[in-house]
Design a binder for this molecule. Structure first.
Ligand code: SG7
Ligand code: ZN
Length: 249
């Protein structure tokens, strides 16, 4: 039964949430995740005034995500990050209230059921987002390729060509251990369309690499007062009776 548009900032499956490890429920039926990405679908980087989006050509099934909690085939359309002004916070999700300095989101849409991202974003089973926590440690070689071009998209609305970037290089080595729950986008339209898949293992990046994220701006070149792009995360939402499942014990 169609229950009206999924525009529900006051709905009952909003994101992000705090993952309470001991309250998550092991589900032995959860399969391994099988991302299959073609770096040639990478097209550009865009500062959208909230984060920077690394965008992929999603007109064909060349970069896909299957398995895990997913029944269908999902296509990668973009990835982006959320981060703080200091290393003490910045992630959207937390684990037993632990905050991370940043969080990567790889956004995919259901290409078995829908024909475009814009359609999938309004549907209950429309999107699958992989979340990966970033921790401060050694420099991440894969991420550095991206960090090197960020000065070119410093201002809001700037776009540069960015090709042949393999998004799999940003995944942790162990992708078999994850939590999953039913949630929403964390930016407008906040639709309750997302199957969240949050990696247990984090990746390490250097303080200097995150400092380059923080040198981006929320503001366009025309604005008089420039604002640093930091703290671009949504406040946590209540679980509202949802179960977080884990693929591991
Ligand atoms: C949708 O949700 C779009 C993105 C947005 C993302 O993919 O609304 O924005 C645009 C303009 O494409 O990404 C960073 C951002 O604004 C939010 O996705 S999320 O729930 O994974 N954080
Ligand atoms: Zn996000």
């Amino acid at each position: 039964m169609w229950q009206g548009p999924l525009v529900a900032p006051g709905g009952n499956r909003q994101s992000p949430i705090d993952i309470r490890v001991r309250k998550s429920v092991f589900d032995p039926h959860l399969k391994p995740l099988t991302p299959d990405y073609d770096p040639r679908t990478c097209s550009q980087i865009w500062n959208n005034g909230y984060s920077f989006l690394v965008e992929y050509d999603d007109t064909t099934d060349k970069s896909t995500l299957k398995g895990g909690p997913l029944e269908d085939n999902f296509r990668l359309c973009q990835f982006h990050f959320h981060w703080g002004e200091s290393n003490a916070w910045g992630s959207e999700h937390t684990v037993d209230r632990r905050l991370f300095p940043a969080e990567l989101h790889m956004v995919h849409w259901n290409s078995d059921k829908y024909s475009r991202f814009e359609e999938a974003v309004m549907e209950e089973n429309g999107l699958a987002v992989i979340g990966v926590f970033l921790k401060i440690g050694k420099r991440h070689e894969g991420l550095q390729k991206l960090v090197d071009v960020l000065p070119a998209v410093r201002h809001k609305d700037s776009v540069v060509e960015f090709t042949r970037f393999d998004p799999a290089c940003l995944l942790p080595t162990n992708i078999d251990d994850y939590w999953t729950y039913a949630g929403s986008l964390t930016t407008p339209p906040l639709t309750e369309a997302v199957t969240w898949i949050i990696m247990k293992q984090h990746i390490e990046v250097s303080h200097e690499q995150l400092a380059v994220f923080r040198s981006l701006l929320f503001t366009s070149a025309e604005e008089e007062v420039q604002k640093s792009m930091v703290n671009n995360f949504r406040v946590q939402q209540s679980l509202q009776g949802r179960t977080v499942r884990s693929s591991f014990t």
